[in-house]
Ligand binder design. Structure first.
Ligand SMILES: Cc1cc2nc3c(=O)[nH]c(=O)nc-3n(C[C@H](O)[C@H](O)[C@H](O)COP(=O)(O)O)c2cc1C
Length: 173
C-alpha cells in the first residue's frame, strides 16, 4: 500500500538513499516508458518548491523520454531489488525490453506517471529547469578529469531540476 505524503514529511537520508541505495529514474506512461538506475542526484528546496536534481547523460534512452514528457519519477526500493537496479543500470532500453523485465512490475500513479511494485519511496516530478554541463564551468577540475576523461568535451551530464509534485511512501505490507 502506498500513501501520499507531503514532500516535507519524507523521512530518510537522501545522501544514502541516492548514493548508496540507488534509485530508478522512470519517464513515460504505462504504455511507453523507460527506466534507468541513478546514484547521483539531490533532493532539496528551490524557487519556493520542493525539488529534485538529477544528472542524465544525453545518450541514455531515458533522456529522450524526459525531454519529450518533461516528467519523471524517482523510485527507491528495499535492498532485495539491488540486483534489478544493477540490470537497469547496465542495459539500455534501446536494446533490452525493460517493460517486460520480470523483476520490476509497473504501477501507474494517479498522475499517469510510472513507478514499480515494492517501492519504498516515490517522488513524482515535473521538470522546471534544464542545463548542460560544460568543461569550462568546472571550478575544481578533478571531477572533469576523473569522470569525463574518456570523452573529452563530450559525455557530460544534463542537469534537470524538477518539482516534486507528489510524494508516496510504502505503508505496511
Ligand atoms: C549504480 C549506478 C548508478 C548510475 N547513475 C547514473 C546517473 O546518475 N546518471 C546517468 O546518466 N547514468 C547513470 N547510470 C548509468 C545508467 O543507468 C545506464 O547507462 C543505463 O543502462 C541507461 O539505461 P537507458 O539507456 O535505458 O536509459 C548509473 C548506473 C549504475 C549501475
Amino acid at each position: 500500500m502506498m500513501q501520499e505524503i507531503k514532500p516535507s514529511e519524507i523521512n530518510g537520508n537522501f545522501i544514502k538513499l541516492i548514493g548508496s541505495d540507488w534509485m530508478l529514474i522512470t519517464s513515460g506512461n504505462t504504455g511507453d516508458y523507460n527506466m534507468m538506475t541513478a546514484s547521483w542526484g539531490g533532493v532539496g528546496f528551490l524557487w519556493a518548491r520542493p525539488v529534485v536534481t538529477v544528472y542524465v547523460r544525453p545518450e541514455r534512452f531515458t533522456h529522450g523520454y524526459i525531454e519529450r514528457t518533461g516528467r519523471f519519477t524517482l523510485t527507491f526500493f528495499p535492498e532485495d531489488k539491488r540486483k534489478d537496479l544493477a540490470v537497469m543500470g547496465k542495459e539500455s532500453g534501446r536494446t533490452f525490453d525493460k517493460k517486460h523485465y520480470p523483476g520490476l512490475t509497473a504501477v501507474e500513479l494517479p498522475s499517469g506517471q510510472v513507478t514499480f511494485d515494492h517501492a519504498r519511496i516515490v517522488l513524482d516530478c515535473e521538470v522546471i529547469f534544464k542545463d548542460t554541463m560544460s568543461p569550462g564551468k568546472f571550478v575544481d577540475r578533478e571531477p572533469l578529469e576523473k569522470w569525463y576523461n574518456d570523452e573529452p568535451g563530450g559525455g557530460l551530464h544534463d542537469i534537470y531540476i524538477a518539482e516534486i509534485k507528489h510524494a508516496w511512501i510504502k505503508t505496511g505490507d
